[in-house]
Design a protein around this ligand. Sequence first.
Ligand SMILES: NC(=O)C1=CN([C@@H]2O[C@H](COP(=O)(O)OP(=O)(O)OC[C@H]3O[C@@H](n4cnc5c(N)ncnc54)[C@H](OP(=O)(O)O)[C@@H]3O)[C@@H](O)[C@H]2O)C=CC1
Ligand SMILES: Nc1nc(=O)c2c([nH]1)NC[C@@H]1CN(c3ccc(C(=O)N[C@@H](CCC(=O)O)C(=O)O)cc3)C=[N+]21
Length: 315
Amino acid sequence: MDGGDMPPRRFFCRKGEEIMSAKLIKGAEVAKEIRAELKEEVQRIKEKYGVEPGLVTILVGENPASQSYVRAKQKAAHDLGFYSVQDNQPADISEEALLALIDKYNKDPKIDGILIQLPLPKHINENKVLYAIDPGKDVDAFHPFNVGKLMIGQPDYLPCTPAGIQELLIRSGTETSGAEVVVVGRSNIVGKPIAVMMMQKGPGANATVTVCHTRTKDVQFHTKRADILIVAAGVTEYVKGDWIKPGAVVIDVGVNEVGRTADGKRILKGDVAFDEAKEVASAITPVPGGVGPMTITMLMKNTVRACKVHNNIKE
Ligand SMILES: NC(=O)C1=CN([C@@H]2O[C@H](COP(=O)(O)OP(=O)(O)OC[C@H]3O[C@@H](n4cnc5c(N)ncnc54)[C@H](OP(=O)(O)O)[C@@H]3O)[C@@H](O)[C@H]2O)C=CC1
Ligand SMILES: Nc1nc(=O)c2c([nH]1)NC[C@@H]1CN(c3ccc(C(=O)N[C@@H](CCC(=O)O)C(=O)O)cc3)C=[N+]21
């Protein structure tokens, strides 16, 4: 059925009013609120204990997208009053030298959090590098120790993008308990950890989770059943409007550069065909301004937490 001659489908809420368009889940605004709270906390910690959260972001090479993300992280850290260090290394740095650099920051008492921007150049073994970070300074939560703790439901740090998604679900009042959650993507940084988090016990979770990937036989079959659909495939506008169950909540994690404006600004699109999806979903995150700013905010939150742990601050 292609529905070519059919009038557009119409949906009605309980009061009988037509639902025209989904509610926007504005990650950028939520991120701003949380950052304001964090800023006060950082100020208080500084005054009371004389310490400030320290974050180093290590960037290897000159990938323009990575440069722009790292800049955004540095700006956020600076705005919150962190001690922040930007460490740029050439693309041809040896694995050994990078490991030595990590060791230096592991031992630096001013540094609470270490972030190594991914992806790394091919000659460097990513796993080896992630293993080298002190798990107590692993504010990305990518170290196998932290991944394991997440898996058994006892995380010290939550991975930033999944934590941002969960926070958006909670703050938008989305019922997750008993919900059918479908995740498209199984990467270690988004798909797999968000799937684990949504199936755990607790607030913003208790869902029944399905994970799709490139070997999934019929992705649409699954997405159409989702009460909450989380898309992290890295494919521009992959999920169409008619793949979505009417009234579903859609979280679009994709950040795909589709071009540049005349003045060089990145033009971004998500993994969901937004204009179609917003007519079907009850709520949806935009790109930009959705999950992305939340990721950075959760990184800041993890760094404040690390600072408190390292300085034995219990409040
Ligand atoms: N907003 C934010 O803060 C962040 C945004 N991102 C964005 O999210 C997206 C995903 O990132 P990331 O998880 O790192 O990406 P990866 O490329 O590591 O993983 C993509 C996943 O999607 C699956 N996939 C790809 N194409 C399809 C398809 N056609 N059908 C079904 N599954 C598919 C892949 O399956 P398989 O495993 O079989 O290959 C893989 O598991 C990107 O656009 C990225 O830029 C990422 C991190 C943070
Ligand atoms: N060690 C590591 N940790 C990461 O968390 C990590 C990483 N490596 N490598 C790459 C991905 C990608 N990622 C994003 C973060 C913020 C936005 C973001 O803020 N996006 C803005 C737009 C930004 C822009 O204009 O370019 C938005 O969606 O509104 C996007 C993507 C973190 N990642």
